[in-house]
Design a protein around this ligand. Structure first.
Ligand SMILES: *Cc1c(COP(=O)(O)O)cnc(C)c1O
Length: 222
């Protein structure tokens, strides 16, 4: 079932867009099933769960952290995390840099943009993002690599609103790329789209979609 779902999702994803299989709240056996079907990139949003799964599953998995990350928990994942999607403060970026240095690594990060009308309180508004990048403290961080932006669209059935939100983040991405990362080839990722809206996101410049329910089914939070 999971293998079938995975292949169905993959068949609808445009070439060049990467699929992050969002496996939060699903058991290790479910991830193993997706792994056996060829999936290597998994997204988790709780630190303890991520660390437990990382220890139990094959070592060639690329783990992405997609949730809200507390500064004091960065240390638990710094040795292995491949990409942190939702960096939403300078303080967090600084801590990731510190923990990456302790582990002799460079950790790839995306900056979360607050775009949805009411869904989440996390993320930089476009103006906060510009101010933060202009202030320039991040340029001293030699153990993080800012690879792009991430956002969540509003949780609505209004397709036009979702499309407008993704499009505005695409425009912001271009602006930020031109103003702050013009020669950095690694600033190229736009993490946008979940089960309900990834088909819209990929029409608006997404390079990475984060899909859970369509692969693993409904989550059991008990
Ligand atoms: C849970 C989650 C997803 C996946 O959501 P689905 O609707 O199950 O595809 C994607 N992104 C983030 C940030 C999430 O927390």
């Amino acid at each position: 079932m999971i293998a079938e779902n995975l292949h169905k999702v993959l068949s609808t994803i445009q070439p060049g867009i990467r699929l992050v299989a969002v496996s939060k709240f699903h058991p290790v056996s479910a991830l193993q099933e997706a792994y056996d079907a060829g999936q290597r990139v998994f997204g988790e949003s709780h630190v303890q769960e991520l660390v437990e799964k990382q220890q139990l599953l094959p070592k060639d998995i690329e783990w992405h952290f997609i949730g809200h990350l507390q500064t004091n928990k960065v240390k638990y994942m710094a040795s292995f995390i491949s990409l942190i999607h939702a960096v939403d403060t300078m303080k967090l970026l600084k801590e990731i840099d510190k923990q990456a240095e302790r582990n002799n690594r460079i950790i790839d990060c995306l900056l979360q943009i607050h775009i949805a009308k009411e869904e989440t309180k996390f993320g930089f508004t476009p103006d906060e993002l510009r101010t933060m990048l202009q202030e320039g403290e991040w340029k001293q961080f030699s153990h993080v690599r800012i690879c792009g932006l991430m956002c969540m669209a509003s949780n609505t059935d209004d397709v036009k609103q979702i499309a407008d939100e993704f499009e505005s983040v695409r425009t912001l991405f271009q602006e930020i790329k031109n103003d702050f990362f013009p020669t950095e080839e690694t600033f190229k990722e736009l993490s946008m789209g979940m089960s309900g809206d990834y088909e819209i996101a990929q029409q608006h410049g997404s390079t990475m979609v984060r899909v859970g329910t369509m692969i693993f089914g409904e989550r059991n939070y008990s």
